[in-house]
Design a protein around this ligand. Structure first.
Ligand code: 26V
Length: 836
């Protein structure tokens, strides 16, 4: 990819419009000179020999310098003012690319684009060479990234703590319609955003035994003597808030062995054995989410969780002691947020630190722990609720297991005194699940160790109280609160859709990204045809750009005037991609049978990854691809329907697809999607939602109003009631000719002629064991899709609804969500941007 500087770099798609401001020549010249300086002295390349990647590094380093100046000030100010800090503990941060994000938030984007242009370099081409940091699986990880940005924007003194995985989420390739997984290698060219901190190293112990000592006062003290110690090494990435007023730190831990190699073994000729300790230690930070189908995989996952929880707590306790000198004030100066149960072992670790290291009495330690922690739940799916086998915990973390037993004993003693202390109730409340082998319930540990517990949408938080946490809620009523998720508008509006952002700021003013609620001012323009025409033209340009991308990547030509119907997210049965595919097949059959009718040209766009071990999800990917192959080449269809599956869905691809979407598919089985955040990104960018009353769809409906969203299907209550009657799909299939025909064509091999029974397992599951109630919702979904068609024919009405969606999305800014966490959970002040 050696590109000479005199051959201008060209991006692979239409460049987003600049924001229209003409940057001052002197500033542009200064930026240009700084980039040249970095290219020479940090990258060690001449202008004539620099590759796009060299230019990317030089540009990143030049903006990083600016960020560092504010970063040091932010750290210094927090120190001087003795502010309470927020610690966001997350095993996932799905940050994506950072160049455009950093330039946007430092308000240097136009100047830098102009400076690079003077050098014959296209900023959009540099954007594309940056690897997409995928240290997360999906919604939970992306939420952590949006929250980091909003915490910086609101000048909260916050640290994100996580793991610096060598390899993030796997790279997905589609071969013959099937998903293949390849290791992702985001660090192979180096990472210009991070700073290694070799002085910040903590030992993290595992296994070993416990010695009981008798103190002079006769009290017993437990001393854990780990059998193995791994080192945690810190890497810091600065996270710039909007307008660069405040910069926070994302601190990620890499695992190292204490000694780089066993010299004795090496010298005796055992060259591989000499590296064993290193390999064992480094495996902890090797990959995101190691497969946990084997016992070794499970153990590695638990080692990851403890490794990062221990390093993070040691680090924050060290900071607290050096600043405030008294461990008993920890809860006044630190709020620790647990992003799901993955870091829940931190509750036992803090107890270990307080009781064993600082000799704080148990009850006082427990009070400090509870006041410091809070926990966010992100799913109610039983298979996703973490539990660890007691024998594994006992072997790997013997002292923590003791602590968990003691927490449990005191907890059960307390609830055992209550009026309703039946055996069944105590079993449900216990930290130890005894129903299939003894296992530690990490959700219970996180719940008990926290002062607040929250769900991520109104519906989800309510369901928490009636399902998995029903018994615990009755012990501590009022502990569960709701914090509906949000998204950062800097990335999901300005960076992803700069042209729409310019149009909106023309109307509401240039404080849109400071205070998203002013989007309301756009509402009156929903009836202004001059405005809606410009709004529609921007969408069309985004669709043209996406069509070019689709053509480049998978060779399918799209009609930018077709309705772009988009379903992008992890592939999971509860998200019901198969419901969408069934409707596609039904329409395909109808077009073929009645090709003379006036069909609405439509493109179904799918993207998403399936967990490597999730056979059914992988079969759904294959079905989408197989349907695409048949539909796209059918001469009767004449391009009226296209089906594309875009490989390797990630943050960067989402940034390209969302601004080009007309229809947003949010069709999970009601009660199963905790919130969704993609739903917010689409609606903000003006796609209309077709969705069930699930997660944050419920609140989107409230904000945009029923005429501007397509809601269908069973409600969460109806889903629950229906499941108690049985989950066979036979009745629903018998009632619906369309559904039975669509299923029949899939089952008979219309889309897999080379292997006709390929999709038998999918069809059988829907017929006899339809847990996700696809068949029950099919007719309602199909009919609602016809309402979408009707609306699409009336373009005036369509664009009116789109504008109303955009104008009502201000509430879904993660700035609002973080403000609520700050006020109601963390008790820290926030400063809106622009007021520093
Ligand atoms: C995890 C697993 C792991 C084992 C197999 C099945 C399974 C299914 C789901 C999950 C989800 C883990 C947690 C998660 O990512 N939740 C997502 O969090 C988002 C941010 O709050 C939220 O918007 C999504 O609705 C929720 O699914």
């Amino acid at each position: 990819m050696d590109v000479q500087a005199d051959a201008p770099l060209v991006a692979d798609a239409a460049a987003p419009a600049a924001t229209g401001q003409v940057p001052a020549a002197a500033e542009v010249a200064e930026i240009r000179d700084r980039i040249l300086e970095k290219l020479k002295h940090s990258v060690s390349k001449s202008v004539g020999s620099a590759t796009p990647h060299d230019w990317f590094i030089a540009t990143a380093l030049s903006v990083r310098d600016k960020i560092v100046e504010s970063w040091l000030t932010s750290i210094d100010t927090a120190k001087k003012t003795g502010r309470k800090r927020v610690y966001y503990l997350s095993l996932e941060f799905l940050i994506g690319r950072l160049l455009i994000d950093a330039l946007t938030n430092m308000e240097l984007i136009d100047q830098t684009r102009a400076a690079l242009a003077e050098l014959g370099v296209d900023l959009e081409a540099l954007r594309e060479v940056e690897p997409d940091a995928a240290l997360g699986n999906g919604g939970l990880g992306r939420l952590a990234a949006c929250f980091m940005e909003s915490m910086a924007t609101l000048s909260i003194a916050a640290y994100g703590y996580g793991i610096r995985y060598d390899h993030g989420l796997f790279r997905q390739r589609i071969k013959d319609g099937r998903q293949l997984e390849y290791p992702e290698d985001w660090l192979s060219y180096g990472n210009p955003w991070e700073f290694q901190r070799p002085e910040l190293v903590y030992g993290v112990g595992f296994s070993g035994h416990i010695e009981t000592q008798t103190l002079p006062d006769g009290e017993l003290k437990q001393v854990w003597m780990p059998g193995e110690t791994v080192q945690a090494l810190a890497y810091d990435t600065p996270i710039a808030g909007w307008r660069g007023a405040h910069i926070n730190t994302l601190r990620l831990w890499a695992a190292r062995a204490a000694d780089p190699l066993r010299l004795d073994k090496f010298n005796s000729g055992d060259h591989v054995g000499a590296l064993m300790d290193q390999v064992r230690a480094e495996s902890i930070s090797k990959v995101l989410y190691p497969g946990d189908t084997s016992p070794a995989g499970q153990e590695l996952r638990l080692r990851q969780e403890y490794f990062f929880a221990s390093a993070s707590l040691q680090d924050l306790v060290r900071r607290h002691m050096s600043l405030f000198g008294d461990i008993k004030t920890l809860a006044d100066k630190a709020a620790i947020q647990l992003n799901d149960t993955h870091p829940a072992i931190a509750v036992a670790e803090l107890m270990h630190i307080l009781v064993d290291r600082y000799d704080i009495p148990w009850n006082k330690s427990w009070a400090i722990t509870k006041a410091t922690f809070s926990y966010t739940n992100h799913t109610l799916l039983p298979e996703a609720l973490e539990t660890w086998p007691v024998p594994l915990m006992e072997r790997l973390l013997p002292r923590h297991m003791q602590i968990i037993y003691l927490i449990n004993a005191l907890h059960l003693e307390k609830v055992g005194k209550g009026p309703d202390a039946s055996g069944a109730r105590l079993a449900a409340l216990s930290l130890i699940d005894e129903s299939h082998g003894r296992r530690v319930r990490m959700g219970h540990l996180a719940f008990l160790g926290s002062h607040k517990v929250n769900g991520v949408s109104a519906l989800h938080s309510d369901l928490m109280k009636t399902t998995v946490f029903r018994d615990l809620e009755s012990v501590e009523p009022g502990k569960i609160t709701n914090k509906t998720n949000g998204i950062t508008f800097r990335r999901w509006l300005k960076e992803a859709n700069p042209s729409l952002t310019s149009l909106l700021t023309e109307v509401v003013g240039d404080t849109l990204l400071d205070d998203a609620t002013i989007l309301e001012k756009v509402a009156p323009y929903a009836d202004d045809s001059a405005f809606t025409e410009r709004y529609a033209a921007i969408r069309r340009a985004n669709k043209v750009a996406l069509s070019a991308l689709v053509r480049d990547r998978i060779g399918v030509k799209l009609d930018p005037d077709a309705l772009f119907d988009v379903h992008i997210k992890r592939i999971h049965e509860y998200k019901r991609q198969i419901l969408n595919i069934l409707e596609t097949v039904a329409i395909f059959e109808e077009i073929r049978a009645q090709s003379f009718r006036e069909w609405i040209p439509r493109v179904k766009i799918f993207a998403g990854k399936a967990a490597a071990s999730y056979t059914t999800a992988k079969l759904i990917i294959q079905l989408a691809n197989d349907v695409g192959k048949v539909v796209n080449s059918d001469p009767t269809v004449r391009g009226l329907l296209k089906v594309v599956f875009l490989p390797n869905y990630n943050v960067s691809l989402a940034e390209r697809i969302i601004p080009a979407a007309d229809l947003s598919e949010q069709i999970s089985t009601a009660g199963m999607e905790a919130s969704g955040t993609g739903n917010m990104k689409f609606a903000l960018n003006g796609a209309l939602t077709i969705g069930t009353l699930d997660g944050a769809n419920v609140e989107i409906l409230e904000k945009v109003g029923a005429p501007n969203i397509f809601i269908f299907g069973l409600t969460a209550d109806q889903v629950e009631a229906k499941r108690t009657q049985g989950i066979s799909g036979q009745e629903a299939i018998a009632r619906s000719q369309r559904l039975s025909e669509a299923l029949e064509s899939i089952a008979s091999g219309v889309f897999s002629p080379e292997q006709p029974d390929r999709y038998r397992p999918l069809v059988d599951a829907l017929t006899y064991n339809d847990f996700f109630l696809v068949t029950a919702d099919f007719d309602s979904y199909y009919n609602t899709q016809r309402d979408v068609f009707k609306r699409w024919r009336d373009k005036k009405s369509w664009w009116r609804s789109a504008v109303i969606n955009t104008s009502n999305m201000g509430w879904f800014s993660s700035d609002r969500t973080i403000t609520e966490y700050a006020q109601e959970i963390w008790n820290v002040p926030t400063t809106p941007p622009g007021r520093n």
